[in-house]
Design a protein around this ligand. Structure first.
Ligand SMILES: Cc1ncc(COP(=O)(O)O)c(C=O)c1O
Length: 368
């Protein structure tokens, strides 16, 4: 290879490490943007796909398990993939304010991208049910936060009505640009593995992300960039599992507050993805979620939020059904730092408090 060719390769858009300007620039031909669209980006996307031996070993059968660590996006969740699109398109249309209902991550992401784009953001959240880190983010990024005495489903009803009546753009996953941006995670997985995985395990709340991934896998498959389509394996928390139970849940409850949603708006799309891929939906208990959360932290050095761990918990739960020699990707949708209270209350580490600042005491406590 000539020197100039080498240089060109080094700085080509496929070389994410050296030249990454966010997912809209990277996947422009696959996204509904034009030269006129102002690109509002925080350089989201290009998140790592990490092999997790501790999970493969628990399954056996020569199965390889990876996690798509989307908690490493700029605001710490996969929502940034959709938000760069939604806010860029809102800006293009001249909109001056956006609104969303949120279990936390959407509000953080909407607030950050709106501030980058010079747009006002309103976020409506269930009072007392949003992890601290997410609330902190929305406030620091400058959103106007309204915490309601109701759950996410009530909040979504309200923002849908408000956005119908007033000049304010809705940026929940009913906004089609959100799913367009989110589908790029499937592209990245195919590029990393050289093909689609056999299974994609993913947590479901409003079921936008599973629908977006399926769209991405189908688009790359149709363009012959992959030779197969994955089975879409969706997981919900057992106290908040409308898609598993096939009915609305009036009062959803789970430690995984990000997926505490009783009436998913993308239900139809998610069911289509399940059927077309011959996948499956099932539920995991909060205990199973926390078990997976701890394994990832302690055995892999990967800190995700509880909702994300539902994908790994689900895989472990159905491990007997995993085909021999298969490749599986579990999506880790959010960063563990979002929910410090959950982390401090749910770990098996030794934590000595109030220790005298004195070497002998410390030596004894350390067991030397
Ligand atoms: C961390 C995390 N995981 C999963 C989900 C569920 O995604 P979706 O609502 O697209 O199903 C959410 C949604 O808020 C989330 O914040």
């Amino acid at each position: 290879m000539t020197f100039s060719k080498k240089l060109k390769q080094l700085f080509s858009s496929s070389n994410k490490k050296n030249n990454w300007n966010g997912l809209i620039e990277a996947y422009r031909p696959w996204l509904p943007v034009t030269k006129k669209t102002p690109i509002i980006t925080l350089q989201e996307g290009a998140t790592p796909l990490i092999e997790v031996k501790s999970i493969s070993d628990r399954i056996g059968k020569n199965v390889r398990v990876y996690v798509k660590y989307d908690g490493l996006n700029p605001t710490g969740s996969f929502k940034d993939r959709g938000m760069t699109m939604a806010i860029s398109k809102a800006k293009e249309s001249g909109c001056e304010a956006v609104i969303c209902a949120s279990t936390g991550n959407t509000s953080a992401s909407a607030a950050a991208y709106a501030s980058k784009g010079g747009i006002k953001a309103f976020v409506i959240i269930p009072d007392g049910y949003v992890a601290q880190g997410k609330l902190a983010q929305a406030l620091v990024y400058g959103a106007e936060v309204l915490a309601i005495k109701g759950n996410f489903d009530n909040a979504l009803d309200i923002v849908r009505q408000l956005s119908n009546k007033y000049p304010i753009t809705l940026v929940n996953s009913v906004n089609p640009y959100r799913l367009q941006g989110q589908k790029t995670a499937a592209f990245e997985i195919i590029e990393n593995l050289g093909n689609a995985p056999d299974w994609l395990c993913i947590p479901m709340g409003n079921a936008g992300n599973i629908s977006a991934y399926w769209m991405g896998f189908e688009e790359y498959f149709n363009a012959k960039k992959s030779q197969k389509l994955p089975k879409m394996m969706g997981f919900q928390a057992s106290g908040s599992a409308p898609l598993v139970q096939g009915k609305k849940i009036e009062n959803p409850e789970t430690i995984a507050t990000a997926i505490r949603i009783g009436n998913p708006v993308n239900k139809e799309k998610a069911l289509l993805a399940k059927e077309a891929s011959k996948g499956n939906f099932s539920s995991v208990t909060d205990l199973e979620i926390i078990n997976a959360y701890k394994i990832l932290g302690k055995e892999e050095g990967i800190f995700c939020e509880p909702a994300s761990a539902a994908s790994v918990a689900g895989l472990l739960k159905v491990k007997n059904k995993v085909p021999r020699d298969s490749t599986i990707v579990c999506v880790l949708t959010g960063n563990g730092l979002k929910d410090p209270n959950c982390a401090i209350e749910n770990n098996d580490s030794v934590f000595h408090t109030g220790v005298e600042a004195e070497i002998e005491t410390i030596r004894k406590k350390m067991g030397f």
